[in-house]
Structure formats: C-alpha cells, structure tokens
Design a protein around this ligand. Structure first.
Ligand SMILES: Nc1ncnc2c1ncn2[C@@H]1O[C@H](COP(=O)(O)OP(=O)(O)OP(=O)(O)O)[C@@H](O)[C@H]1O
Length: 264
C-alpha cells in the first residue's frame, strides 16, 4: 500500500506543555485510520497540525511524497486535505445546499466581476456547483432537505451535511474529528455505513473518535496517543489487546466487551 500522509516526529509545544511529542504516523492511501486516546492526549492538536491550523514546533509532514510541513491550510486544502470539526461549523442561516456549495468556493474560477455581473460563465459554473452539491446531498441522504435552513436540521443530519461540505472540495484525505459524538446508536450505525461508502470513493479517512465500537468496526489501522506520545499502533484487535492501551485508555471491562462484540 502506498503512503498518502506521512508524519515524522511531529511535535507541538504549548507554553509548558508538550501536547504532541515526536509522533510518527503513516496513513496508507485508501485506508481508514483511527486516532484514539484519553481526553487531552493530543488527538485534536495532531489534527490541527495535519490540516495546518496550527504551526508545528518540529517534525515533518508529507502528503503523497510532497513536503507540506510549512504549507498554509489553503494549500493543503488544494492538495486534497479536508476536515470536519468536533463542534459542528456551518452557516446556520444558509440552506443545506448553499452550505455544501461553500465547500467548493475555492474551486470556482470566474472572477469577482463576473460573479457580480452574473455573466454567463459564472451562471454556468454556479449551475454546475449546485448540481454537484445536489449529488453530494443525495450521497449523504439529505437531498430531500436541500432547501431547509441548515440550523433547523437534526444533529445527525448536521453531521452528514458537514461531511457533504467537506467532500465538495474533492479531498483525497478527509479528517473527521469525533464524527459520532452526540449521535444515538442508529445515527452512529448510519454514519459508519456512510463513511464506508466515502472510503469506496478512493478517499482516505483519518478520524479521531471515542466511540470504540465504531472505531473498531470501521478502521483498518489505529494509532493510540497518551500524553502526546504514540503508545501503540496496529489493527483493531492488536490495539484492543495491547496492555498499554488497556491501561492508559480502554480499561479491562471495555477491552473485554469489545472482544466479545468484535471477535476474540
Ligand atoms: N491552544 C492551546 N493552548 C494551550 N494548550 C492547549 C491548546 N490546545 C490544546 N491544548 C492542550 O493540549 C493538550 C492536548 O489537547 P487536545 O485537545 O489535542 O487533546 P485531545 O486528545 O483531542 O482531547 P479530547 O479527547 O478531550 O478532545 C491538552 O492538555 C490541552 O489542554
């Protein structure tokens, strides 16, 4: 398998705190890769380093062999990195379809003048963008809510909308920060089905998640952080049975429950 994202000795120091400490992560193209660990382990900080929201203290980051260590977020977006956030970020007063269209904004080619004057070229682009947004909404099962105000969607639907918007930029790598947080079991199961379909579109997924059943079902590979350091990595079973992971994060009861639910 080829490596899509390679993080080497990634480090982030906040005042008096090493939030991410020399972490190596290799994400294979086409895989679903999970990042787990206790609260404060550095998972979101790692995401922020990968998406470029935070500058690194040290380390290197390559995407498809290209050094993106110092690339600003918009360049990483152009190179195919998209993300969703732990706390949903969307334009609540816009309709669902408009929100998805904001995800492609950087790809519209017409000039500002063309858009102000609504020249034919701009109108064509806008129509194509709307068609693509509708296709994505159908993909995440929200087509019937395209004209609903986004803030009026249920929580689970807002999460699906976030994914559609992230997909609108045609990413190769999608970072999902706690996608199942706050979801009920049915919504969580549906989300798992949706993410498997996303993966089938040749989009590599990197996700942070606390719902261990969800992670174990979905991920090909899992990296475990504790106090900013990588303490384990491997397939779901390997990680679940790792004594260091059980001690730092899962606990014996959860590990046993997962073994029962997902095979010993
Ligand atoms: N901007 C910041 N400034 C200072 N400290 C920060 C900042 N962001 C995060 N931290 C600290 O860095 C550590 C790692 O936080 P981070 O949010 O990455 O953990 P996490 O593993 O995502 O936790 P959770 O599971 O609770 O979301 C924590 O101790 C946190 O308080």
């Amino acid at each position: 398998m080829t490596t899509l994202l390679s993080a080497s000795r990634l480090t982030k120091q906040f005042t008096g705190l090493l939030a991410v400490n020399e972490v190596d992560v290799e994400v294979s193209a086409g895989s679903v890769h999970g990042i787990i660990g206790p609260n404060g382990a550095g998972k979101t900080t790692l995401f922020n380093l990968i998406s470029g929201l935070l500058p690194l203290t040290s380390g290197t980051l390559t995407l498809d062999g290209r050094d993106v260590t110092s690339a600003p977020p918009y360049q990483r977006t152009r190179l195919g990195v998209a993300r969703t956030f732990q706390n949903i970020r969307m334009f609540s007063d816009m309709t669902v379809v408009e929100n998805v269209m904001t995800g492609m904004h950087t790809r519209l080619k017409s000039s500002g003048v063309a858009s102000l004057l609504r020249l034919p070229g701009f109108r064509r682009e806008e129509r194509a963008a709307r068609d693509k947004a509708m296709e994505l909404l159908a993909f995440v099962s929200l087509a019937d809510k395209a004209r609903v105000r986004s803030g009026d969607l249920s929580y689970g639907d807002q999460r699906r909308l976030e994914i559609a918007r992230a997909l609108a930029g045609d990413p190769r790598l999608l970072l999902l920060d706690e996608p199942a947080a706050g979801m009920n079991p049915t919504e969580t199961r549906d989300l798992g089905t949706l993410l498997r379909q996303v993966a089938k579109r040749d989009i590599t997924l990197l996700l942070v998640e606390h719902n261990m059943g969800f992670v174990m079902d979905l991920c090909d590979r899992i990296t475990v952080l504790n106090f900013g350091r990588k303490i384990a990595e491997g397939g779901p079973r390997e990680v679940r049975d790792n004594p260091a992971v059980i001690e730092a994060y899962l606990g014996t009861k959860v590990a046993a429950r997962l073994a029962k639910a997902h095979g010993a």
